[in-house]
Ligand binder design. Structure first.
Ligand SMILES: [Zn+2]
Length: 368
């Protein structure tokens, strides 16, 4: 009898220490994220297994799935798929795996920018060409960068009167399917905004246009008790910081940092250096998450920075240093191949998203 009692006590103490470790990690890094392109239908089961077997044990608590139009939308069947897309039951599998493992799952659809890729027009502007901010600009046969049009990705016109009704139907539907209280709207790398040839936007302040779009999306989400997440690059002044035109803004949108609502979550990505921009966002009153990509040593340094920013800040600032998120820019299937086969990068090196993911989470779990 006594033996059983001791065993019970040991089990209880183990459980308590597990919970304490979790609490401790939550206070050191509230968000421990992983962001990836949605799986193709054939890869859903493998990805669901990855959630349970690789994300959960590493204490990942937030999963962003970049789904865009890789879903069979019921609200707008005009977005007919040109390849196999996920069904509700595919998404359910991911949602259930996350529920079981206490992971918050958040879908992403790119809003504003990223409405085309290379010479391929994205789904929204293929179906609704009128939403194009630069309809006069035809897609090239063969895409090259740099090019005379400064075409990186197309944008939608945020002032088109019919736009938000359709976009918000998609946002609501995907959030409902994901049973989520947050949505990631992308909004990164917006090169076309307030174009001179747009009858609605020409002459307007680009920072205001950007901030208004953030506010419009945020208001819609908040009305449904959902939180807006975006990438941070448009809010950083490229010229002054020297951070380049992808990682920061060269078209004056950066002033929007003082105009957007403070409850928007900023995902601050830096892939070549541990830039200290989280401090900037936090000082502006915004919650910020640092996002590495494929350099393991950098991901570790950025994690250490984030922890130190929290430690060495006032009690007002501390909670705004919100956490870390590994970003993966392929779909889930390609990542899983790399992860399980331990593939090298194109130069035969170890700078890969899977190695960055492993290194970052090793560092995070050493904080417990
Ligand atoms: Zn416009």
């Amino acid at each position: 009898m006594k033996k059983y009692f001791i065993l019970l006590v040991i089990i209880f103490l183990n459980m308590a220490s597990g919970l304490r470790a979790q609490d401790n990690l939550d206070s050191v890094l509230p968000v421990r994220g992983f962001c990836i392109g949605s799986p193709k239908p054939k890869d859903v089961d493998a990805f669901t297994k990855f959630i349970a077997e690789e994300l959960a044990p590493r204490k990942v608590n937030t999963l962003i799935v970049r789904i865009d139009y890789n879903y069979q939308f019921k609200s707008h069947p005009e977005f007919v798929a040109d390849s196999l897309t996920l069904t509700k039951s595919d998404v359910r599998k991911m949602v259930n795996a996350c529920k079981k493992n206490n992971i918050r799952i958040i879908p992403q659809i790119n809003l504003l920018g990223h409405q085309s890729w290379a010479n391929h027009t994205g789904k929204l502007l293929s179906v609704y060409a009128g939403f194009d901010e630069t309809p006069f600009l035809k897609m090239p046969e063969k895409y090259e960068w740099p090019n005379v049009d400064n075409l990186y990705c197309k944008s939608y016109c945020p002032l088109h009167p019919d736009l938000h009704k359709i976009v918000f139907d998609l946002v609501d539907e995907i959030c409902d399917v994901f049973e989520t209280n947050a949505f990631h709207a992308g909004m990164d790398e917006v090169f076309y905004l307030g174009e001179d040839k747009c009858p609605r936007c020409s002459g307007r302040d680009k920072a205001e246009l950007f901030a208004n779009e953030v506010r419009t999306v945020n208001n819609h989400l908040v009305g449904k008790n959902r939180q807006l997440w975006i990438w941070g690059d448009r809010l950083i002044d490229g010229k002054t910081t020297g951070l380049g035109m992808w990682e920061a803004s060269y078209n004056n949108t950066y002033r929007a940092i003082d105009m957007i609502p403070k409850d928007v979550i900023i995902c601050d990505w830096h892939y070549e250096r541990a830039d200290k921009t989280p401090v900037y966002f936090a000082m502006k009153g915004l919650n910020v998450i640092t996002c590495p990509w494929r350099v393991p040593s950098l991901a570790v340094r950025q994690t250490e920075d984030m922890v130190n920013f929290r430690k060495e800040s006032s009690k007002e600032m501390q909670p705004r240093f919100y956490g870390m998120m590994q970003t993966v820019w392929s779909d889930a299937g390609a990542f899983l191949d790399g992860f399980y086969e331990n593939k090298k990068d194109d130069k035969g090196g170890d700078n890969t998203p899977w190695n960055s993911f492993k290194a970052m989470y090793e560092e995070i779990n050493s904080l417990r």
